[in-house]
Design a protein around this ligand. Structure first.
Ligand code: ASP
Length: 606
């Protein structure tokens, strides 16, 4: 090694030792005589002092050096003079007195500060990702991610799981997204699909008798990207034979609890994780990935307002819709403008409007003067009071109500379709506005009993809520033919702080059951055999009952690192338009490369 020690490990007990360091110039201060260099390597930073009298040659090199130069420094560790220590640095009690310095490489002036956490435009950061990753926060994020994976591997291998790699060049496995296709040169006109998940392979490994499989697996989904989506992402994928739902939940919960306690002992974590059925979760929070660090739970006013004269509510209720709302503690002080903004927010989520009722006094005793609402005269005092009481409002609180989704076809899942997404968004917006979510809490929960299918308006058909290998709850099997929308599945999601962290299910393991699901999904038997024949066949050779889960590694790292954006926890992520400004991917292919693949590009949109 070109170094005897790492910069960040030096402490007073090293004083008197001659050490060799190699790293980058983090900061350089030339005091006209002494030059101070903050030297950085992957372990941290240490101060080097260069004296022109005692080390003139080293001083000459240090004079030439600039930020991000790569230097090798030999010197003696010395305890700093009292009063010059730096408590903010782990190495702040010592410094290295340089004897010789060699410049290993020069550096151009970086396009942004590497030694500061100042905001930098994302495109520039991604264009120079190798410099961005030198910055302290990014460096720590990537190290944290590595510790997450290390914890997972250790935890699972102690429990008898074996790590099996599965193909990247595969056939389509549906997880609800578009596939990335790879043309085959050897089979002109044929394509591999990059796996949306290793779902089929892991189930086949259960048929092979491995019983406990896991993999840190790359998955590929060609979707329109949002802040929390990447075209390729990493999952902890696992599967267990002879396991019940309870087994998978307990194992995953233990994994996350031990991981959080080990990697972030400073964060609060409630254990055991609460379990909510999908129906209860939607009813209370309007979403299947609620943030339960704060209240603002939904109240259903549909019955209460059934006979009101207020036309907006009345028409919605008469047409089978619902009227639901949340109570914002202290929200009576929101200005007209603030309420208008919230109304706009609700509208972007499909709500037709937002009804607000502010209570200056306890709803039970509030007079007309103490209730402020643009619709008070339509509701009447009594109903307004009752709404306040129902919502649990006190003096100074604000009730916000969304009504909608009347007259939708019964098939449409969640007849409250337009109401709950709006209330979910309002809940999140208000929590952020009022700082209700404690950033130092990890509030995990399980959502269970998902419906097996959801109705797709766009495609006018049933789609699997999880994926088509998920089994139905035994007691609901009878409804499969008559009322598919009511069938619950053995699927579960793990959620934390308003984000889905993972999901899984107990699978179908027999041919007939799998075929009946495929039929329900309108997949004819020819297509079924073509696409899933190997699965159907495998189920006929003694497939054990099995189930598993997959959890997002990027999201898990972001959660433990208290970041919002998974890209901050991926070394080389793509932009929102799925490109990489550093390498230029994706890019046009050479003519002859396309020719051997029998591919002709007919039109491009650029
Ligand atoms: N394959 C599923 C997914 O990627 C996870 C699972 O069912 O285990 O979401």
């Amino acid at each position: 090694m070109l170094k005897s020690h790492y910069c960040g490990e030096l402490r007073p007990e090293h004083s008197g030792q001659t050490v060799t360091l190699a790293g980058w110039v983090h900061r350089r201060r030339d005091h006209g005589g002494l030059i101070f260099l903050d030297m950085r390597d992957s372990s941290g930073i240490v101060q080097v002092v260069v004296n022109p009298q005692t080390a003139p040659e080293a001083h000459a090199v240090a004079s030439e050096a600039r930020n991000e130069y790569v230097l090798q420094v030999q010197g003696e560790v010395a305890v700093r003079r009292p009063g010059t220590e730096n408590d903010a640095m782990p190495t702040g009690a010592i410094e290295v007195v340089a004897q010789s310095i060699i410049s290993l490489n020069a550096a151009k002036t970086p396009p942004f500060y590497v030694n500061e956490e100042s905001p930098v435009e994302e495109l520039l950061r991604l264009r120079y990702r190798y410099l961005d990753l030198r910055r302290e926060t990014m460096h720590n994020n990537i190290v944290l991610r590595s510790r997450v994976v290390h914890h997972i591997r250790q935890f699972l291998s102690q429990r008898g799981f074996i790590d099996v790699e599965t193909p990247i060049l595969a056939n389509a496995t549906p997880e609800g997204a578009r596939d990335y296709l790879v043309p085959s040169r050897v089979h002109p006109g044929s394509f591999y699909a990059l796996p949306q998940s290793p779902q089929q392979y892991k189930q086949l490994l259960m048929v092979s008798g491995f019983e406990r499989y896991y993999q840190i697996a790359k998955c590929f989904r060609d979707e329109d990207l949002r802040a929390d989506r990447q075209p390729e992402f990493t999952q902890l994928d696992l599967e267990i034979s002879f396991a019940s739902q309870e087994d998978v939940l307990e194992l995953t919960e233990a994994l996350y609890t031990t991981m959080a306690r080990e990697l972030r002992p400073d964060l609060k974590l409630a254990s055991p994780f609460p379990r909510l059925t999908h129906a209860e979760c939607l009813r209370r929070f309007g979403t299947d990935k609620p943030d339960i660090r704060y209240g603002l739970e939904l109240t259903d006013f549909t019955e209460l307002v059934r006979n009101t004269e207020f036309a907006v509510f009345r028409t919605v209720v008469d047409s089978g819709g619902s009227v639901e709302g949340i109570c914002v503690p202290g929200g009576a002080s929101f200005s007209r403008r603030e309420i208008d903004d919230l109304t706009e927010t609700a509208k972007t989520m499909g709500a037709r409007g937002l009804v607000s009722i502010a209570f200056e006094a306890e709803p039970r005793v509030a007079t007309e003067e103490q209730i402020r609402s643009p619709v008070l005269k339509f509701l009447g005092l009594e109903l307004a009071q009752a709404i306040g009481l129902n919502a649990g409002a006190g003096a100074g609180d604000l009730v916000l109500i969304v009504a909608g989704a009347g007259g939708m076809p019964a098939k449409e899942v969640g007849s409250a379709g337009r109401v709950r997404p709006a209330l979910d968004t309002l809940r999140r917006t208000i929590a952020a506005k009022l700082d209700l979510a404690d950033p130092n809490t990890l509030a995990f929960l399980w959502v269970i009993d998902f419906p097996l299918f959801e109705w797709s308006d766009e495609d006018e058909r049933w789609d699997p809520t999880h994926h088509l290998f998920t089994s139905a709850r035994a007691e609901d099997l009878a409804l499969l033919g008559s009322d598919p929308g009511q069938v619950r599945s053995n699927a579960y999601d793990i959620v934390c702080n308003g984000q889905e962290i993972g999901g899984g299910s107990i699978r179908i393991h027999n041919r007939e059951e799998q075929e009946s699901i495929l039929r329900l999904l309108n997949i004819d038997s020819e297509t079924a055999n073509e696409r899933f024949g190997h699965m159907l066949e495998a189920f006929e050779y003694g497939a054990p009952p099995h189930g598993g889960i997959a959890c997002g590694i990027d999201r898990t790292a972001a959660l433990l690192g208290q970041g919002d954006d998974i890209r901050e926890f991926i070394a080389f992520p793509k932009t929102k338009s799925a490109s990489d400004p550093m390498t230029g991917a994706p890019s046009a292919a050479a003519e002859d490369a396309l020719k051997v693949l029998n591919i002709a590009v007919t039109a491009t949109e650029e």
